[in-house]
Design a binder for this molecule. Sequence first.
Ligand code: GLA
Length: 589
Amino acid sequence: MTSFEIAGDDFVLDGEPFRILSGAIHYFRVHPDDWADRIRKARLMGLNTVETYVPWNAHEPRRGEWTTEGGLDLDRFLRTVQEEGMHAIMRPGPYICAEWDNGGLPAWLFTDPEVGIRRSEPRFLSAVTAYLERVLAIVRPLQVTAGGPVLLVQVENEYGAYGDDREYLRHLTEVTLQAGIDVPLTTVDQPEPHMLENGSLPGLLKTASFGSRSRERLATLREHQPTGPLMCSEFWDGWFDHWGAHHHTTPVEQSAADLDDLLAAGASVNIYMFHGGTNFGFTNGANDKGVYQPIVTSYDYDAPLDEAGEPTEKFWAFREVIAKHAPVPEEEPVLAAAAPSLTVPFDASVPLFAVADRLGRWDHRDDLPSFDTLGHYSGFGLYRTEIDTTEPAVLEFGEVRDRAYVFVGSTRVGVLARDHHDSAITLSPARGTLTVLVEDQGRVDYGPRIGEAKGLIAPVRLNGEALSRWSALPLDLTALTAVREALDASAVADGAPERLAGPVFARAVFELAEPGTLFLDTTGWGKGVAWLNGFNLGRYWTRGPQETLHVPAPVTRSGRNELIVLELEAAAEAEAVFVPEPRLGHTEF
Ligand code: GLA
């Protein structure tokens, strides 16, 4: 039986001091058929461990509905890590931050106004306990002590940046121990004295998160923990991007020098990220420190492996640094050929409003419901009511979360953007149906705004009078069956479109000789979502910085492939363009 423990200033594996050289790969951001490839490349860079968070809200999208299907098969991921001869680190949260929708906390938790998030409030604790028991039942038999790959389990995440409820941390620790976890437990905090103090408990190994000034940060960690292995659990080698801002990069030499300092100090490390992957579907989070800033679809992170799994300059620089401190395999990763260039016309289009009734059920109420009140926790929804004004009028929204396209009849009369704090538009005399299409652009993942409701937030007033008699339609965009049927009918009746005027679904069909990674160039389009062969690739937006969407190779097929887009705004050319290389946008300098 393998043993793994902390002794003095070391991790000790089967009686020998062991330095953890880990890289983060989030299984939920990588297509499952790409897991083995990415994990192998981590080993080829010289790493011996792979770390992942667990996103509670993805595994339990509704209370009590637990899933480990497909890309959420954590057991398969951990076994793949082991088959590659690597160890694993688990970070089940419950809060994970990670630029992930709501920091991983399920939106349904917050529909109870009494619930106390990230503290020892009974309702929260009971939900968290049930969640942790489920995840840890997967992890327990895969601990290194049980013959599996898992070396460490982290409790909470950067808790010291949020709260100081030790009772809460004690509860999480007890649940973890009672679930049969016997490998060392850790916490991670930014190396600020109050965070290191508030984020941990005696008996849990304190580790730090940082991306520069390694020696200084390790010294701070040491001041707060006189013995025990030094570990940076998040060595930030890049950063994430917001829509409308620049693409973040970290200079390779600087990052490599900081990693070298860290390893020269004898510390263990988890490189965050080794391979970032993609915020597929509607999974991205957002920041909000007074301005709402949603995270883009790419989670490339300027990491050693890029979003499509290719080694970057940083990979080779880190490999050289690691080789100074530990053995690195001689084998090198095989580089992929450039992706194909293709231009494919859309063969059919159908207005969203023509098919919406088949994408969900209208809910009729007097008062305006939020998406959360409707049990709708991500993506898009429609609101409708009747208006009648004979003079120019002001339409005012309590709040728009996060972007609202406003129509009177079928005419678009305005857009309200939360990131601009928009709250009102003027209408010329208007009579008829007011329709508001709302996009939840991703829940805040850091700080006190976690858990906010989405959709329209009441009241909505016309010239000061609250509007009532609302109908609301949560749009279910998981299976596009109804959209496909409507596209088929429109292809026959109307033929191919010349341009796209949103909100509209459009389809392009093309042949591939063999499956392979593609990069969908979205620069000709406005804002929307794209699916390839039914797989939701995520959001695109002309604001950038990213100009291409990553299409994972396992989603493509030899022979016929089908692209569907939901374009909310407009496209002058009714065609889809695929390019050989990703373009993540302009950088700071
Ligand atoms: C913190 C969090 C991570 C992630 C990084 C930034 O360290 O713990 O989940 O959000 O910041 O990428």
